[in-house]
Design a protein around this ligand. Structure first.
Ligand SMILES: [Zn+2]
Length: 100
């Protein structure tokens, strides 16, 4: 897993507004929790308004709605918004999913 990346592994913490860490190990990309406290809010991609993060889940097997890749991504839910942001290890960005 990503928590102890091998020397050849690569990690990036500048993606996903710093909520998750992106890492490459063993030839596959994944999203893992940050080792530092994540931000309390991230900007709405449409309005720029700050959305307060409610829950963060990383390393969750999921299928990306954009690239259809099956990977271990991350999910963010918000206190005052029904949308969910999916951190896709392949797209290397947050994919916004309309909430129920
Ligand atoms: Zn994707």
């Amino acid at each position: 897993m990503c928590y102890h990346p091998p020397p050849m592994g690569e990690t990036r913490s500048d993606l996903y507004h710093g909520v998750f860490e992106w890492c490459l190990s063993g030839g596959s990309a994944a999203v893992s929790p940050r080792t530092v406290p994540p931000p309390v809010s991230i900007p709405d991609p449409l309005t720029g308004r700050k959305l307060h993060i409610s829950t963060i889940q990383a390393g969750t097997p999921a299928i990306c709605p954009v690239c259809s890749c099956h990977a271990r991504g991350g999910f963010v839910s918000f206190e005052d918004d029904l949308r969910i942001a999916y951190a896709c290890p392949t797209c290397k960005e947050l994919v916004w999913i309309r909430g129920a």
